[in-house]
Design a protein around this ligand. Structure first.
Ligand SMILES: Nc1ncnc2c1ncn2[C@@H]1O[C@H](COP(=O)(O)OP(=O)(O)OP(=O)(O)O)[C@@H](O)[C@H]1O
Ligand SMILES: Nc1ncnc2c1ncn2[C@@H]1O[C@H](COP(=O)(O)OP(=O)(O)OP(=O)(O)O)[C@@H](O)[C@H]1O
Ligand SMILES: [Mg+2]
Ligand SMILES: [Mg+2]
Lengths: 160, 165, 160, 165
């Protein structure tokens, strides 16, 4: 079980090097086990260096950078243990447009073996989806599904 | 093993039976604040066997049943049906399609069905074991989970890692 | 000091009834002190009922509803104790367009006595501002301020 | 008592001196992730006397000084100047304008100036007392603070309330 954990950890770690680089368009990041602790108990530390910037303590990075780093780690785990079905609820909220574009590009690499359900308020993300469903509450407190064309998104849904 | 259809009735804000058909690719779910998008996510997790009302944002299981509005009376039960494509037999059921039903009554009684056959919660959970889908699935990232991951300590982060991997 | 706290609390509570109703276009909310505890120590509880919905435990409300409820409480405090200067960093991230419109409308009511600095990725919010400044990193790792016209917002900033 | 100007030099990602002139209304600050918007907010809080490096996202005060990039060397100090309109004398200084300067050197030395006059940190903090502006100001809502407020317990929520009111 110690080997099993270490094997998975090393695989995720390697994937993380790649997913981070792809999502940030450069830079590098790493995960490591806390020093001086048993492999079966040690916590996991994350360090990251966005492109062009110095390696620095994660807390100094921006909200969007920290979110994208975590997404890279989740994708690294996902790559190591693929699931046929993945749901992402508003993970893009803190991301700017070019980060959303890269995020959707990497996500599409997983489409060979996984289907995605993405909940979003962001038009950029919607534009990349294959199908868009709307959920509205025309009657207060009662949810209803409606079909949505991308061009309709915006005022119509917002005031529903 | 893809999810073909989701049917929700009486679960949280879904007072009327709602059907969502999925494609194999990327489906986006959009709409105003509070209209029910995250409730859809909760319904999927619940149907897969999630037992913690708190992790589904309620304080107890009965909170998951439609509790009425100024114009509608509360409902007596919540029901969610997930239908999967099983043509390549990724699930240990000899059928081209597998549907999993979960029902909860206000009395607290729960019913579970696989392809219409009554079964227990653990049968539903066993069905999805090792498929990468199911309770504690690292592949369902609920709203706010990324922030929670960012706030967590190294030990907590490991906990999530172990759940996933 | 007990009277002072209670007086402020009551004032904020009254403001909160109003700010909530304005931000949600209806419904009602309340704050109260935890029962059975000394006024100088009791925690503060928040209950809310969005328009058309039943009163329910805050956790069942959506991400956007919970955020807007908290914004209503902050505005209620702000109204009780005005400050000449208010900074809001990406508070609009979970809000849909019609909630952002109402938020910006209520915010403008404070303009008589306060100036606002709002950090946002949302075009709706930008559209309501009097002035927009851009911050970019044309040189990696080095921040630079640029003037921005609303029409330019989007690709240009994102790829900077 | 409005903020007329902010000058930042050497603070976090502001390797080059940057000036932002404010109007009396609503100013929006926009730009890509990681470009320095929240750093602007941190610079204002720091100049007003914030002493907790952690609450400014660093692990120690020296983290607030520009620490270099692949093409630039680290700087030796960080400086922020806030200039306020004081024509109605909201601040206890007999001048139409009041500027507050804070400087931090890598040695750890800190300098504080009010209208160019050297003073101590507590003079800066006293200057803003009871104006609604200043350290612990409930009127500066940093990124993620709303989520933190939502997660907090009733007792923690009271703590924030007391800070503000
Ligand atoms: N048992 C219940 N009965 C009726 N309504 C419920 C029940 N549980 C939750 N709701 C309603 O569901 C709404 C929340 O839905 P949900 O979290 O899915 O919103 P959302 O579409 O994800 O919004 P956001 O964009 O803000 O995240 C709440 O307003 C709440 O009133
Ligand atoms: N001492 C420092 N020296 C150099 N760069 C620093 C320093 N401290 C922080 N930074 C940089 O500042 C950046 C973060 O800036 P900031 O938090 O202002 O971004 P932001 O514009 O608010 O982004 P977001 O939209 O994602 O919230 C980080 O990438 C970090 O590398
Ligand atoms: Mg939601
Ligand atoms: Mg920021």
């Amino acid at each position: 079980s110690r080997e099993r954990f270490t094997a998975t950890f090393e695989l995720v770690r390697e994937n993380f090097h790649e997913t981070y680089r792809k999502l940030f368009g450069g830079g590098r990041a790493d995960i490591m086990l806390e020093e001086g602790q048993d492999v079966l108990e040690a916590g996991i530390e994350v360090v990251a260096k966005p492109p062009g910037k110095d390696m620095m303590v994660m807390s100094l990075l921006s909200g969007g950078e920290r979110t994208l780093t975590t997404i890279a780690l989740l994708f690294a785990i996902f790559k190591a243990k693929p699931s046929p079905f993945c749901v992402l609820d508003e993970v893009d909220a803190p991301l700017d447009e070019s980060n959303i574009d890269r995020f959707m590009l990497i996500l599409r690499e997983f489409l060979e073996s996984s289907q995605f359900l993405i909940i979003t308020h962001n038009r950029r993300t919607m534009a990349t989806a294959d199908v868009i469903y709307g959920v509205t509450m025309q009657e207060a407190g009662v949810s209803k599904r409606i079909a949505v064309k991308f061009e309709e998104v915006g005022e119509e849904l917002a005031v529903a | 093993m893809f999810l073909k259809r989701l049917e929700v009735f009486g679960f949280k804000s879904f007072a009327d039976k709602t059907v969502i058909d999925f494609t194999g690719g990327v489906t986006a779910l959009v709409g105003p604040n509070g209209c029910g998008k995250s409730n859809v996510v909760d319904s999927i997790r619940w149907a897969l066997g999630e037992q913690s009302a708190r992790s589904l944002r309620g304080s107890e299981m009965v909170d998951l049943i439609f509790n009425g509005t100024t114009n509608r009376r509360p409902l007596g039960f919540a029901e969610v049906v997930l239908t999967f494509d099983n043509s390549k037999r990724p699930l240990p059921v000899d059928a081209a399609e597998v549907s999993v039903t979960r029902r909860l009554y206000r009395t607290g009684e729960c019913e579970y069905l696989i392809n219409g056959q009554a079964c227990r919660l653990r049968d539903v959970r066993d069905l999805f074991m090792d498929t990468g889908v199911g309770v504690g699935a690292y592949s369902i990232i609920e709203q706010g989970k990324i922030d929670a991951l960012l706030q967590s300590s190294p030990k907590e982060r490991r906990g999530i890692f172990e759940e996933a991997a």
